[in-house]
Design a protein around this ligand. Structure first.
Ligand code: ATP
Ligand code: MG
Length: 383
């Protein structure tokens, strides 16, 4: 029997983002096929067909395409060439793999911003080790940021280094990289953007707080503490970037706000994003439902924030690997506005994203106070 939403969606990547994408349309009876290299991937139990394969495996991606009407991806490290080929053959892939090929390479991504007049920190490309010093001569500041062009995620492949280290021949990476001006004392925000190719909308800005040791977002606030003018400016830059990309789908635009109020694009993710988890409970339409609407050719949903929210990632602690338990749950559950998401990962590892929780309140201060109370007690620990 054909369900009301009959197109079968194929997701490349079966992690938590895919899981939440599926969960958001479960009540619509949408069907999904998933491909992931982890035989116990978060999405596995939800998939109509689960293909256990590397995301670079062309044959596996073609198989997924064969059994799915529409394709999307929840991670950037996929076989883009295979997707470009499929798109040429007429397969619907959202967002287009053409966007992926720009975003996958931080050098191309940065050059795209420059070519389209979009604000971003000054940068230079470093192809070979011998280029580091020459590139550095075009970049200001005692501290600079080096980033691998390809393959980085969750802050891996990003190094904040002193100019003197590079000058003394200590190069952070030996693969093609970019070297970028360090934006000091900046605030970090993200703007989620949804587009069906005709209409492009944003969610209210979110403000990120980073854990300096893990280099991961550890707390996220929405609304961000911004004046209306800055909020509008950030949203307009994000929309301009997605329009320049000809983007259809869901995108997260990560931005820096400098102490003087300038807004710079750091990077764009062409998929649902960690900085939009709170939208599940805190917004009229979540980033996940919105992507489903776009994939299924339905009207875009309203993105208003229903209540202020704080989101915290549940990260695998140092020294704990393997099976785990969650302590402090009773205390957390007693606090109103607490929403828990676990990602169905069987084993914890240091720094691994195991889940997240959103805490909503009548004001951002209440949400923050309650979120911190929960953060103090809710822990992943060894079984
Ligand atoms: N030019 C810069 N100036 C200051 N800080 C920076 C700069 N570039 C990156 N950072 C810091 O490093 C973090 C990670 O950088 P970036 O987002 O480019 O890498 P990533 O590997 O894609 O990370 P993620 O997957 O967590 O988004 C940023 O969120 C920011 O805190
Ligand atoms: Mg980032």
């Amino acid at each position: 029997m054909k369900q009301p939403f009959h197109p079968v969606i194929g997701i490349i990547g079966g992690g938590q983002l895919g899981k939440m994408l599926i969960e958001s349309a479960m009540s619509w009876n949408v069907q999904y096929n998933v491909i992931d290299p982890d035989p116990n991937a978060s999405c596995k139990a939800y998939a109509k067909t689960f293909i256990n394969s590397d995301l670079k495996d062309k044959e596996a991606i073609f198989k997924l395409a064969q059994i799915s009407d529409i394709l999307t991806y929840e991670i950037e490290h996929v076989n883009t060439e295979a997707l470009l080929e499929l798109e040429k053959q007429g397969k619907i892939i959202i967002p287009s793999p053409k966007i992926l090929s720009i975003i996958q390479d931080k050098g191309l991504q940065k050059q795209f911003y420059i070519d389209n007049g979009l604000p971003t920190a000054n940068f230079q490309l470093v192809q070979k080790n011998k280029d580091w010093k020459e590139a550095l001569s075009h970049i200001n500041g005692e501290k600079v940021v080096a980033k691998l062009c390809k393959g980085g995620y969750d802050g891996k492949g990003v190094a904040i280094v002193n100019r003197s280290e590079i000058l003394s021949g200590n190069f952070p990476f030996d693969e093609p990289s970019i070297i970028e001006e360090f934006v000091s004392e900046c605030r970090e925000i993200a703007v989620l953007v949804g587009s069906n190719g005709i209409e492009t909308i944003t969610w209210p800005c979110v403000e990120m707080h980073f854990d300096p040791t893990l280099n991961l977002v550890d707390m996220l606030f929405s609304p961000a503490n911004l004046d209306q003018e800055t909020e509008n400016k950030a949203c307009n830059i994000a929309i301009a970037a997605i329009k320049a990309l000809n983007g259809k789908g869901i995108f997260a635009v990560e931005l820096f706000i400098t102490p003087s109020g300038d807004i710079l694009i750091n990077e764009i993710a062409p998929r649902p994003h960690n900085s939009g988890h709170h939208t599940i409970e805190a917004c009229v339409t979540s980033q996940y439902e919105q992507l489903n609407r776009i994939l299924l050719n339905l009207p875009l949903g309203n993105t208003d924030l229903v209540k202020p929210a704080v989101m915290i990632n549940l990260i695998g602690p140092e020294m704990v690997s393997g099976n785990y338990k969650l302590t402090g749950l009773e205390t957390a559950m007693d606090i109103p506005g607490f929403y828990l998401h676990l990602y169905k990962k069987e084993e914890t590892r240091p720094g691994r994203k195991m889940g997240h929780y959103t805490v909503m309140g009548d004001s951002i201060e209440t949400a923050r106070t309650n979120a911190l109370k929960i953060k103090n007690v809710l822990k992943i620990s060894a079984l």
